[in-house]
Design a protein around this ligand. Structure first.
Ligand SMILES: O=c1[nH]c(=O)c2nc[nH]c2[nH]1
Length: 454
């Protein structure tokens, strides 16, 4: 028997339909003691007033002001947790050199538990404060500090999907940052999965292990085979990078004569719980395999501008009904906010649509019809992300988990300026998506638990 824990009264936005939105001006969202939405009432419902009076009498009512909006929690499908100290610097090199010169030396430091304990709490706090209620994390090759990241998510109440990274291909990994052996890495990964599932405080599976081959170049075929077997055994999530640059795509073609999607599929790594970061150079067959397996794509628009060498097929991916959400790709991009990623996704598609070269006539410069809308990007950040992590989050509907934010557009130093007499509900939502920053987010809940309060 569940009981109502609290209710939130006020206006909310969400996107039940891709490309569209719903605005409720005065709704009562009732959350039960398991953190699940029990019902969503409006003034038209017979028990609206009774529920309101009861909650108010029991001091269980949170009433929003006219400048406050209840919004679904944001889902970040691709974050490199150890790269947080690198955010905002060192994006001057192409992918291969960036990994070798900046990223691998930093990630190697996470062998040290004290170093991990200094970085991971700051990162989780920063993401939560920016409204990211669910995050899919790459950690490092080190089992003990990857478990520490899971512990930190639990401690701060973030829904976390965490992968101990695997990389064993000697020609691609530096000697200071490579698995001791393929066998050791597979044993560690299995142990990691079991430890995360059994963590104290994780009885409701707020954190989940993710099988994580870094990408094709850094893994031997024995590693991909072994990880595929673990996926079949534990049915857990999978995350990896997919066809993310000319170099990475060509590497896979030269080694296997196949695309990344085909390679992952051959090794049993493509399931309905697989999240493919980037996925730039997708072939029609890749689309078909992704659709048939129910795997998802994490669109990382800003880091794609640094590393991809081409623009994302976002329009086709959405039109083809592939599962797709957004990733910040911290720190292949520097900004720890999925609101910002929404804006980047729109900008990325607009540059693709218009093209860039001033030496070409307008009608042959870009790829016409390839833009996406703000509402589509916001849908990806909430509902699309929720589908990818296989969680009932992203909507204010009975049965969905209450992962939510209060955005206040009238706080001091806000970039959002709303004029009620001029701005429609859609205008307001677009302004919040594009101009929202950390100070606007006043409260954050994950699974009905208040995790940020300002
Ligand atoms: O953006 C990226 N960040 C990484 O850390 C990485 N590793 C492989 N491929 C990658 N791409």
């Amino acid at each position: 028997m569940t009981e109502i824990k609290f209710g939130v009264l006020g206006q909310y936005f969400h996107c039940p339909v891709k490309g569209d939105f719903e605005y409720a001006s005065n709704a009562l969202v009732l959350v039960d003691d398991k953190g699940v939405i029990a019902s969503v009432l409006t003034e038209k419902d017979a028990d609206f007033q009774t529920q309101l009076s009861q909650l108010s009498a029991n001091k269980q009512l949170i009433e929003l002001s006219s400048s406050q909006y209840l919004m679904p929690g944001m889902v970040d499908l691709h974050v490199h947790a150890p790269q947080f100290p690198q955010a905002g610097k060192g994006l001057d090199l192409p992918l291969y050199d960036w990994l070798q010169d900046y990223t691998f030396p930093l990630e190697a430091k996470f062998e040290d538990l004290n170093f991990a304990k200094k970085i991971y709490p700051e990162l989780v706090q920063s993401l939560l404060a920016n409204g990211t209620t669910s995050a899919v994390y790459f950690a490092t090759i080190h089992k003990h500090t990857s478990v520490e990241l899971a512990r930190e998510c639990l401690k701060q109440g973030q829904r976390g999907f965490i992968g101990k990274v695997n990389m064993d291909e000697a020609s691609q990994c530096p000697p200071f940052y490579i698995e001791p052996s393929t066998r050791d890495a597979l044993i560690d990964t299995e142990d990691f999965i079991q430890q995360v599932l059994q963590l104290e405080g994780n009885e409701h599976q707020l954190v989940s292990p993710v099988v994580t081959p870094r990408f094709v170049p850094s893994c031997t075929s024995e590693m991909l085979q072994g990880l595929g077997e673990l996926v079949q055994k534990y049915h857990c999530h999978v995350q990896t990078h997919c066809s993310e640059s000319d170099w990475a795509r060509d590497y896979s073609q030269e080694k296997y004569g196949k695309t990344d999607v085909e390679i992952y599929s051959d090794f049993g790594l493509m399931t309905s719980k697989t999240i493919l970061a980037h996925s730039i150079f997708l072939t029609p067959n890749d689309h078909a395999v992704i659709k048939a397996t129910g795997a998802s794509i994490a669109h990382c628009p800003l880091s794609n501008m640094y590393f991809a060498n081409a623009a994302m097929q976002t329009r086709e991916i959405l039109d083809n009904e592939l599962k797709c959400g957004l990733g910040s790709d911290l720190a292949g991009a520097p900004i720890p906010s999925i609101f910002h990623t929404c804006l980047d996704a729109v900008n990325h598609s607009r540059v693709r649509e218009d093209g860039t070269s001033t030496y070409l006539p307008a009608d042959s410069r870009g790829e016409s019809g390839s833009r996406i809308s703000f509402l589509e990007s916001y849908w990806m950040a909430t509902v699309g992300g929720g589908q990818a992590i296989d969680a009932r989050v992203g909507l204010f509907q009975p049965g969905f988990e209450f992962d939510a934010l209060i955005v206040d557009t009238a706080v001091a130093d806000s970039n959002i300026f709303i004029l009620d007499e001029m701005d429609s509900a859609k205008d307001k939502l677009e302004k919040i998506i594009t101009l929202n920053s950390r100070q606007n987010i006043r409260k954050v809940w994950v699974k009905g638990q208040l995790v940020i309060e300002k």
